[in-house]
Design a protein around this ligand. Sequence first.
Ligand code: NAP
Ligand code: MG
Length: 403
Amino acid sequence: MNKIAMKTPLVEMDGDEMTRIIWKIIKDELLLPFIDLKTEYYDLGLKHRDETDDQVTIDASNATKKYGVAVKCATITPNAARVKEYNLKRMYKSPNGTIRSILDGTVFRAPIIVKGIEPNVKTWEKPITIARHAYGDVYSATEMKIPGPGRVELVYTKPDGTEERALVHEFDGPGVVQGQHNMISSIESFARSCFNYALEKKQDLWFASKDTISKKYDHTFKDVFQDIYDSEYKDKFEACGITYFYTLIDDAVARIMKSRGGFIWACKNYDGDVMSDMLSSAFGSLAMMTSVLVSPHGYYEYEAAHGTVQRHYYKYLKGEETSTNSVATIFAWTGGLRKRGELDGIPELSKFADALESATIETIESGKMTGDLTRITSLPNPTKLNTRDFILAIRENLEKKLG
Ligand code: NAP
Ligand code: MG
């Protein structure tokens, strides 16, 4: 069989722990036999990030700007325990945070729907896609521990040297403070990414914040969305038969639980981080959630929404059998390959991505799945496969499809 040729390389960002193991099996079994795979490889594994003082993460982000499409494996965000475990020079920032701040843009997360894995919320008939603003707020905040009495202020120094001050708190004992920021330009591109994505998917768009309490910060988000909607998207939305709906974050959360799904929920950075984990668990498994960072400049970075599945990795290291779900990581690859195919005019590449996705879904629907899914499936007598055998079962289906 002739392998599918590629033109432009995909930016490949390797990662950590169990997902690094899965990454290699996916490449060996599901990609390399069928595609003349062209990637520019960046090792974002924690050891190599430490060796390069995290320069590799910056290089990989810049490569994504150069080529346009990246596929990323899950990576460890170091905490104190990881600094010790890996004997790190310092506690590096989250690689995803670094990539997001270089590429800007919005992260869209959608569950992969298969028959036999029903959402916990009975009313959810269709997927809910979360759009997470990928810039600023608490993720790039400056924090300070306040040891004792004293005044904390926000100070804005204008280019002419004059100052504007606002009191944060007059401390009479120890405390903590945090300074957050965002930029109108980033909020605007967030809004535009969401409106465009809603039009592309022909789905309603919801947005929510805490504007009643945060009368300047969150209210700015609300105003920016409304202004851009009114001036640039209202007509297009009406022509498409979809709506833009703003409400308070509390109200949004309450309504989501009674909704039927099938819409896009735009969230501020923190809300998106937290709520996407809730949604993915409620839709079945964290391992069935896809994630793509779409920048307003047209760069795409595909990944699984879950982490490095540390507990499974330690079992794997002890030589014990694991049953780790590779679906979201497979869909990261198919997302990247399909987009590369679109951009480079290689329809066979996009068709291959479609075939691999349906082979994956059909494998599960035929009753062969990993342990996270056998625990929750409504299919009778499911077969629990180990990490490798699940991927091999997908390969069998894929080979049938590709003839
Ligand atoms: P996690 O790796 O997503 O795993 C949490 C739990 O969810 C697992 O222990 C497992 O449950 C289940 N799970 C997640 N993915 C699964 C899969 N593919 N197959 C089967 N079960 C799966 O999150 P974490 O344990 O909080 O974080 C581990 C590391 O990942 C951390 O160092 C964190 O920094 C990093 N992380 C990276 C990213 C990213 O790169 N995008 C995102 C999140 C976290 P059971 O153990 O009960 O089987
Ligand atoms: Mg999260």
